[in-house]
Structure formats: C-alpha cells, structure tokens
Ligand binder design. Structure first.
Ligand code: MF3
Ligand code: CO
Ligand code: CO
Length: 251
C-alpha cells in the first residue's frame, strides 16, 4: 500500500530531507584520503544527535552502524570500520538516513578520493546524471516505470549495468515502504504516480557488463559486484507534486 502524504507529513519530510542534505554537506569535506569509514560514521552520528535526530540505519534489521559506506566494488550497505582507510583513487558512497520528528530522510552521494581514474570519474558523474534523469521523469498521472525507463535509456549508452537486486522505495514514517522503485524498465512498476507520494530514486550503476551482486556471507550486509567491477550510487528522496518532482533531500 502506497501512503499518500498529508500536508503536515510533507512539511515534516521537507524538514528531515533538509537535515539529510545538511549532513551530507557536513561530512563531504571529511571524506578524504587517510580517514577511516568509522571516523565518518562517528562524525555523522554526532551531527545527527546534535540536530535532535536519529540515525535510521543503526540497528535497522541488525545493521551495526549509523551510516553505510560503500567503497569501489561495494555496491551498497558497506559497514563503516576502523580498518577501512580511504586511499587515493578510491570512490566511496556515503548513504545516510536520519529520522526527525518520526519521519525519514534518505540520501547518498559518491565521493572521489584524490586522483580517480578518468573512467571511474565518468561512472560517478554519469550515475548522478542517471539519478537526475530518473527524477525528471516523475509526473503525476505517469507510470512509475518511467523512472527506470529514463535511467535505462541514458545508461544504455555506456558499457555499464544497472543493479536490479536493490531499488528505491517509498519512505515516510517507515524507512522502507511501497512502492519498490526499479532503476531499469519493468512493467512491475506499472503504478500511477500521484501527488503526495514520496519515494527515493537511488540507482546503483556497475562499471561492468553484469548487474549481478552478492552479499557477504561473513557480515551479512556488504553487497559487492560479482565480477569485481566498480559501482557508484546517488540517492535523493523526492515528493511527487502537481508539476513533477520536488527533491526533498536538498538544502
Ligand atoms: N539507506 C539505504 C537505502 O537507501 C538503506 C540502508 S539499510 C541499512 O535504502 F540497514 F543498511 F542501513
Ligand atoms: Co539510502
Ligand atoms: Co534508500
């Protein structure tokens, strides 16, 4: 069941969305060579608490940390660790979700560390463009599958693949709610968009030809590409308006 948000709920989602954006803006300058992902985790946790909010990932289905940090071939759900030190040439997705006044704001960006291979730089910038193309396809009365269609149309120009195992999601009082948002074209997303729907658009794009991913048997969370290729991701939480989409996770 897709929740259509009331005006009061939309106001709360705007507030938490803004905080999510502020958190990513805050952490950005710390995402540098030589720092551990645990350090980034701790800074995010403190910032979140100082702003009267809660880190949604912590203890979510047993997730052990406050944010997700996914380096290079890690697609998503990377667990921050003292052992994972960012190095020159790495890319890292920082995915944060905060809860403010009972509502969730979810956003992520992929950061580049020092001198990143030009091919990888292209993957990162094209993944961000793909997210924006998906968002631009949102309009009430259209089908949700237009999002995946727009992303696929753009990403199809490159030798990349679009991850299918994970998608965007409705969001509000709950971290993950209906609908499940696919980033490739599928009739499964033949769902009419309506004003007041709120969901994320968060494509994960692999540099390899295969979209296959696997979850670590050791920690039960870390998702990597099966072929070892690099993967990038960007995420925004958006509201369907009469005009199209309003990005909530922005300042
Ligand atoms: N933030 C992720 C998403 O975009 C979900 C992370 S769930 C966690 O949906 F448990 F790994 F934190
Ligand atoms: Co997220
Ligand atoms: Co999300």
């Amino acid at each position: 069941m897709i929740v259509i948000k009331t005006q009061e709920e939309i106001e709360k989602m705007r507030k938490v969305g803004k905080l999510a954006a502020q958190l990513l803006n805050y952490i950005g300058p710390f995402v540098k060579e030589g720092v551990s992902t645990q350090y980034l985790n701790d800074l995010c946790e403190k910032f979140t608490q100082k702003n009267g909010a809660i880190s949604a990932p912590l203890n979510y289905h047993g997730f052990p940390k406050s944010i997700c940090t996914s380096i290079n071939n890690v697609v998503c759900h990377g667990i921050p660790s003292e052992q994972d030190i960012l190095k020159d040439g790495d890319i890292v997705n920082v995915d944060i979700t905060v809860i403010l006044d009972g509502y969730h704001g979810d956003s992520s960006r992929t950061f580049m560390i020092g001198n990143v291979d030009e091919k990888i730089q292209n993957l990162v910038s094209r993944t961000e463009s793909a997210m924006h193309r998906g968002i631009a396809a949102v309009k009430p009365g259209k089908y949700l599958y237009e999002v995946g269609k727009a992303i696929e149309k753009y990403i199809g120009k490159f030798d990349y693949s679009i991850v299918r195992t994970y998608g965007g999601h409705g969001i509000g009082k709950r971290f993950h709610e209906d609908p499940h948002v696919l980033h490739h074209f599928s009739r499964e997303n033949k769902i009419r968009l309506q004003e007041g729907m709120i969901f994320t658009v968060e494509p994960m794009i692999n540099m390899g030809k295969s979209y296959a991913v696997e979850t670590s048997a050791t920690d039960g969370w870390t998702v990597t590409t099966v072929d070892g290729s690099i993967s990038a991701q960007f995420e925004h939480t958006i509201l369907v308006t009469s005009e199209g989409a309003e990005i909530l996770t922005t300042v």
